[in-house]
Design a protein around this ligand. Sequence first.
Ligand SMILES: CC(C)(COP(=O)(O)OP(=O)(O)OC[C@H]1O[C@@H](n2cnc3c(N)ncnc32)[C@H](O)[C@@H]1OP(=O)(O)O)[C@@H](O)C(=O)NCCC(=O)NCCS
Length: 144
Amino acid sequence: MGARGPLRFEPSPRITNRELNALYAQAWPRHRRFDFTPVLRRALVHVCAFEGKELVGFVYLAWDGKQHAFLLEPTVTPRLRRRGVGRELVRRAVEEARKRRVEWVHVDFEPRLARFYRACGFVRAPGGLIDLRSKRRDPPPLAN
Ligand SMILES: CC(C)(COP(=O)(O)OP(=O)(O)OC[C@H]1O[C@@H](n2cnc3c(N)ncnc32)[C@H](O)[C@@H]1OP(=O)(O)O)[C@@H](O)C(=O)NCCC(=O)NCCS
């Protein structure tokens, strides 16, 4: 797929903070250096895409320990986007969940990514979110 070597996908390979932070720095505009160790320790699976030795894609599934998994942070290096890498990462993560008898894979996303998640096989389902980063402590009052 690229001049830097063939593309390959691997479930839960050994991966360093340095590699992940380098990928996130390219893909997430507001990324700040992060310790991924506790995230990976708790994840059901993480899937990586490598081009030669370079990490070019990543996704992981958080897990409730039973039948629910939550897909998080699919990330593809900008120069390899729109070539099916993101979809393949998600496909493999979902396949790993299926093998481990997980029954539901959840995701949430901004509206601009609806097409991507539809292409990955997700169907619309009502959901909700509370942003605990915000300063307000009480939920806004419900309108009648
Ligand atoms: C989202 C992301 C992982 C997609 O990776 P990708 O490898 O480019 O996706 P794919 O090539 O597998 O896309 C499959 C399909 O999804 C849709 N799609 C992908 N990216 C899209 C975008 N930015 N806008 C609209 N549709 C998109 C298209 O239908 C695409 O098929 P097409 O190229 O034949 O039209 C990548 O853009 C990324 O890393 N973004 C920054 C991080 C991020 O925001 N992650 C999502 C967090 S919720």
